[in-house]
Design a protein around this ligand. Sequence first.
Ligand code: SF4
Length: 477
Amino acid sequence: MSTSRKSYSELAAEAIEDKRLKRNLNMIQEKIGKNVFAFWENEENRKWRDRVKERRLRTLDHLDILLAQLASKVEDNGGKVYFAQTAEDATSYISELANKHDVKHVVKGKSMTTHEIGLDQALEGMGIEVLETDLGEYIVQLAGDTPSHIIAPCIHMNKEQIADLFHEKLEMERSDDPETLTLEARNVLRKKMLAADMGITGCNLACAETGQISLVSNEGNIRMATTVPKVHVAVMGMERLVPTLKDHCDTVQLLTKSAAVQDISTYLSFIGAPETLDNGDGPQEFHLVIVDNGRSKILGDEDFKEILCCIRCGACLNACPVYGRIGGHSYNANYPGPIGAVISPLLEGVNKHADLCKGETLCGACKDICPVNNDIPRMLLALRKNLANGSEYWNVKKQSRVEGYGWSIFGYVTTKPGVYRTLLKIGRVALKPFGKKGGYIERMFGPAAGWTKNRDLPPMAERTFKERWQSRTRKSN
Ligand code: SF4
């Protein structure tokens, strides 16, 4: 959920000045991002990626049938399924469930979807204690902060900052030794997990064939949060679906590879049913909440449908030069980075997050690193087009009439060679007096001022390429 009243540009401008943040982000981009790129250099791995992408797209084409199949399988296995059209539907269902079971303590596994629907706030509003059990999520919760990365929620903090936080909030002796800090968190979390009445997790993928969901983790917290409390609720975005067990294994492995360059995560749970007489493991009740919250609308637009192939591995954040400079909080939305620049406007409002699609450089690194090869640059351009032209479907108002007129004039000038050449000649003379050293213009005014805010405008060439070419051809004749 968004937390700041400041705009993307303001938050990004502040973050750029934060050298410590840049060092922390650099670490994940160097350690993980570069190794994932190396993984895709192998042709077999690229074929694996193409295969998964093709199946993700096919799944989207049959989503209604597959979701019905999933629901029926989960129910056959003894679980309950709830389809939530909106975030409010999902939080109401889970709140009622908590009420029914007289829940006082909830432990959570990492889940971006629960942040998206504002579940923690809803439960806390009922007086329920909600505790994150993923270490990174626990740290940001303790700091009163929000995650800044999809899979590494506290990547914006270093061990010294975490040491200060634990010293202040847990009243432990100050130590920046990672093992000591982890042990302290483990002691707190373990006690809470044993006393919890309800466990809430996300869902990495759900399988229509088996009715099971998969959850990946490197800490073991998921196993406790899903089996110790008497009720387990898993919250999934409706697109996180695979048709068969084979697809499930294939996709989940690709997820751990691109998320953390792991062949498979330390813990991988295929679960989705309450305990039975034969199998004492598991909660007394299992509920799967399948959230739409705007996804059907995305599915209905061919320009953006592809984004639903996303498996939330976070790799695009580890490749993005913009994310690497400004971090996740600057996006001021639930989903940061390149994936966030597309999905946040579509889920929360294109006008509301209009700046995000303009802040990315379109360098294409996000597409190259993505395990489902999502063409994020194309979708960023499609968002810009919607903002420029307006869109009834997305309820987008034209962002700026002045900008619209500006582009119409640009279009006219660049398609009339005579007008273009004349204006170039005028510009060359008119801009000369503003040039300083080497002809560079350090400061422009009015709507052009932004251009020179962080860089100088180079002088116009004395002669255009065409003029030079013509004089060269004349000489050689
Ligand atoms: S868009 Fe691709 S790289 Fe980014 S989170 Fe989704 S699957 Fe991962």
